[in-house]
Design a protein around this ligand. Sequence first.
Ligand code: MG
Length: 215
Amino acid sequence: MEPRYSDLQACVISPTAPLVIVDVDEVLAQFMRGFGAFVARHGFELRVDRFALFQNIYRPGESQHLDMIAGKALFDDFFRDGADDLDPAHGAADALADLSTRAEVVILTNAPEHGRLARARWLKTHGLDYPLIINSGPKGPPAADLAARTSGPVVFIDDLLPQLESVAERAPQIGRFQMVSDERLRPFAPSAPDRHARIDEWPTLKVAIEERLFP
Ligand SMILES: [Mg+2]
């Protein structure tokens, strides 16, 4: 599915500005911690023993994870009434605040449409009030669309290898960075550091982004 056309169209990019396109979950927000607390409130447990979303929710004491449909239902519920409880990733807001004095920042998140208001509210609450694009599916097409509007350098930050690959395929000129905010998840996250720089701490990531945007 394509990104919400209106979000992408509404996003105004200065024609020569450096541009930062950034994901939310596990990049700006500590998704697994917040989602884990949410599923715990519903009587389940989230076990971080692989890089997965719905395949690591368990009934306490059981060894077989919850089926995908039940897991997806919890995920949808989380975006309905749990998504305000996320903690921001350490250093993310400061890094973007600094970068935004010299570059444009656009947030490109794959969240369900029913989570839009909560997500926008959360971003504002945590000092991350930048233009928001709610997407579904691969991020290569919307990232390429945004990048085509500026002659300046562009970077893309995400935790998911398939999204980094999608951007590499559709807009190879975009600098790509992988960041995984959850320390428990880091060892399990598939990476290709020769293709996409992997930097899991915002202060270090910010320096690398600056080197790319302002050489
Ligand atoms: Mg993410």
